[in-house]
Structures are given as structure tokens and as C-alpha cells.
Write a protein that binds this ligand. Structure first.
Ligand code: ADP
Ligand code: MG
Length: 407
């Protein structure tokens, strides 16, 4: 797969580029709590500006469900973007209030001519307009009205057929205007394509997190490509219980027993090693002062919840990780948010960080864990799209990517 990228954008000096970015950052007290996603798209912003283009940037933020929600305005994002770029970023009150025609006028007024520096403007939250999530062509048409060219850097939104990532680029292409991937989207697709198409073997996938139902499709897709699946987190308990183990009061999804048995059989028939936890840190409750002990993974007493993988499991997982040439990690090994249940996630993170393999981490909580451990620089790629990266690795066609493919 080859995506059209910034190299295919042509001459955009003095023209207006519409950039769909993923600026869906966590907010706290009206401020950006983590600006990683804003930073991740800066190379694209800077490259477009260097070419002398004006920039209209757009993103969604949270889930306003088609209505204007004061607490989900882009203002804090714009403030952070201004700090990072050290330049003024103009606020556009569209979508939500102003009409699209107003925006065109506003943008025209901002342009001070050929010798003035390029204008940067940030649209309001795209999801303030219900037509965004409906992939509505009239909305896409209004957005296209601001743009001579389109750049998509929103990997985190690539799995959704929404107007700004699907109908809009379609429309741009249909009207002979360029629609290309930004540097972040391009990098994500390059890295994840390698995992999908020709991973260097042995390829080890480490999966964890809360729910197995979220990741069953991933497990089944990975069992066609990986050599080993190491499974921790709460999702391990559904596998252990489906195999007849005693899991006490741990999180479990009994309606998935059949699915996990099938997935496991499928993996074993392909010769894929499935490694489950041997020991578990089990506690009387999900709190730092709960009574806790390390017990065998298949005999967790009643009244106890498994909240982390135990030290023997970390050792076993680390052994497989050390031999890998490619590692994909998605999902924490335990309730890493609480110190007494964070050792498993830390142990596995450090094993991957220290391994010789090409390593990739995806998933919002996994990235948070990596960040807390200060290990961001020890992985080869931190994927910014949780759901999008899993769907990509399942081999699905993502609407936001398909439209940018060279044809
Ligand atoms: P990611 O965002 O990396 O894809 P998930 O959202 O699937 O990961 O899962 C993360 C959550 O899973 C964390 O909040 C963590 O506390 C929880 N979790 C992991 N292990 C357990 C467990 N044994 N019991 C309960 N929750 C768990
Ligand atoms: Mg999560």
C-alpha cells in the first residue's frame, strides 16, 4: 500500500491547506492535560507552513454528539498550539455557530498578501455538527470550500467514516484538488504495514487491558501473523476461566468463553504459542490498602480479584520477549494506575524497552503507562491511534486511509 503524502501535494505557496489533525486531547480544568497528540502533528504543520501555505486546521474533541458543548470547545487546544508553534492561531467559530460562508470571508480578511506570513486558523470542534459523524456530503462540501488542498494527519480517526476524513477527501479528489497524508499518518501506516505484511520473526504480541471482547478480533488476526501471544491484564481471566481455572472474583466475560476457546484452538493449530499468566497478584478489592497475595493463576480464591500478573509471569514473558525481533504491545498487564498492581506492567514494559526487537506500543492506557515509566524513548514507535491501530492490524480497510491510497 502506498499513500499519497506531502511530497505529492504540489506547490501550495499562497494557497490554503485544510489539515485534518487528531487534536482529541484529554482536558483537565479547561486545560490540555496531555499534549502528545498536538506535538505528534507538529512536523506536518511546520512542513506545510514552510511551503508558504495558509493552514486551516480541524479536529474533533470528545463526544459532543452533534451539539455545541461549551466544555468541548477547541480554545484550550488552540492556546497550547499557539505556545508550541510560537505563533498566533486564529479561532474560527465554525462548525457550531458561524456559517461556512462567514468562514471564507474571515479567512480572506486574515490574508494580508504575498509578503505577509501564512495564516493559521483552527476550526471549532468538528463534532459540534452532527453531519460530521454522519459522513454528510453537504458538510464535506462546506469544509472543502475553505481549501485548495487537503492533508490528513488524524490516524486516530482513520477507522471512522466521518465527513472530515472520508467524504471531504473524496470530494477534493473528485474536484481535482490534492488530498494526501501528513507525516504522522504516513509514519503510522508505514510502521503498521510492516507488522501486517512482513514482520521480522519471531513476532511476539503482548496483549492486556480490561476487556477481551474489545480485542478478540485482534487476537484472531494476530494468530495468523505472530509467533507468540502473551496475554495478561483482566482479559487473561476469560481465557483461564474458559479453560476451567478458578479465577475468584476477577473480571470475566463468560459470554465469550466459546469465542476464546475457538481463538485459542485456531492459534494452536497454526503453531502460535499462547502464553497465559502463571501467577497473579490477587486482592480483596481494587484499592492500595486491600489485602493482597500472589497466587497461582488458575486457583484464585473466592473473594479475591486478580489485579496484576505475578513476578514468575513477568519472568516468563520477558524470556519470550528477549528472543523476539518484532514486538507489538497493547494493553496493560494489570491495574497499573494503583502502585501495588503496577509491577507487571512495569516489568513487561522494561523487558520490551530492553529487547533488541523493533517495538511498537498502542492503546491509550498502555501509552500512559509507558509515559509514567519515562520509557517513551525506549520504543521504536508509539502509535497514536488506539482503535485505529488495532483495526489496521486486523487487516481491515480503514476509510480515512483507503481514500488516500495511490490509485
Ligand atoms: P489500552 O487503552 O492500552 O488499549 P485498555 O483500555 O484495553 O488498554 O485497558 C486498560 C485498563 O485495563 C486499565 O485501566 C487497567 O486498570 C485495566 N486492567 C488491566 N488489568 C486489569 C485487571 N486484572 N483487573 C481489572 N482491570 C484491569
Ligand atoms: Mg483504554
Amino acid at each position: 500500500m502506498r499513500l499519497r503524502a506531502l511530497d505529492d501535494l504540489g506547490d501550495v505557496a499562497g494557497k490554503t491547506v485544510f489539515l485534518r489533525a487528531d487534536l482529541n486531547v484529554p482536558l483537565e480544568d479547561g486545560k490540555v492535560a496531555d499534549d502528545a497528540r498536538i506535538r505528534a502533528t507538529l512536523p506536518t504543520i511546520e512542513e506545510v507552513l514552510e511551503r508558504g501555505a495558509h493552514l486551516v486546521i480541524a479536529s474533533h474533541l470528545g463526544r459532543p454528539k452533534g451539539k455545541v458543548k461549551e466544555e468541548l470547545r477547541m480554545r484550550p487546544v488552540r492556546a497550547r498550539l499557539e505556545e508550541l508553534l510560537d505563533r498566533e492561531v486564529h479561532a474560527i467559530r465554525f462548525p457550531g455557530q458561524a456559517s461556512a460562508e462567514n468562514v471564507v470571508t474571515d479567512l480572506g480578511e486574515l490574508d494580508e498578501g504575498p509578503s505577509a506570513p501564512p495564516v493559521i486558523a483552527l476550526l471549532e470542534n468538528l463534532r459540534f455538527d452532527a453531519r460530521e459523524e454522519a459522513n454528510d456530503t453537504s458538510f464535506a462540501g462546506e469544509l472543502a470550500g475553505f481549501a485548495d488542498a487537503y492533508v490528513d494527519d488524524a490516524f486516530g480517526a482513520a477507522h471512522r467514516a466521518h465527513a472530515s476524513v472520508s467524504a471531504l477527501p473524496e470530494l477534493m479528489i473528485a474536484s481535482g484538488r490534492p488530498a494526501v497524508a501528513g507525516r504522522l499518518l504516513q509514519k503510522e501506516v508505514e510502521v503498521l504495514s510492516t507488522l501486517l505484511e512482513h514482520p521480522e520473526k519471531p513476532y511476539v504480541a503482548v496483549l492486556g487491558g480490561a476487556k477481551i471482547s474489545d480485542k478478540l478480533a485482534t487476537i484472531s488476526a494476530l494468530s495468523e501473523r505472530a509467533d507468540a501471544l502473551l496475554i495478561g491484564g483482566a482479559m487473561a481471566f476469560t481465557l483461564i476461566a474458559a479453560g476451567g481455572g478458578q479465577i475468584g472474583d476477577s473480571l470475566v466475560e463468560p459470554d465469550r468463553f466459546e469465542d476464546v476457546r475457538r481463538a485459542r484452538k485456531q492459534a494452536e493449530e497454526r503453531g502460535v504459542l499462547i502464553q497465559l499468566p502463571e501467577d497473579i497478584v490477587a486482592a480483596s478489592g481494587v484499592s492500595v490498602d486491600a489485602e493482597r497475595s500472589t497466587v497461582p493463576a488458575d486457583s484464585i480464591p473466592k473473594g479475591r480479584k486478580g489485579l496484576d500478573i505475578g513476578p514468575r509471569t513477568v519472568e516468563e514473558f520477558a524470556r519470550t520477549i528477549a528472543d523476539a525481533h518484532t514486538i507489538l504491545w497493547n494493553g496493560p498487564m494489570g491495574v497499573f494506575e494503583l502502585e501495588p498492581f503496577s509491577a507487571g506492567t512495569r516489568g513487561v514494559a522494561m523487558a520490551i524497552a530492553g529487547a533488541k526487537a523493533f517495538s511498537i506500543v498502542g492503546g491509550g492506557d498502555s501509552l500512559l503507562a509507558v509515559k509514567r515509566l519515562g520509557l517513551e524513548d525506549s520504543f521504536d514507535h508509539l502509535s497514536t491511534g488506539g482503535g485505529a491501530s488495532l483495526e489496521f492490524l486486523e487487516g481491515k480497510t480503514l476509510p480515512g486511509i483507503e481514500v488516500l491510497e495511490e490509485r
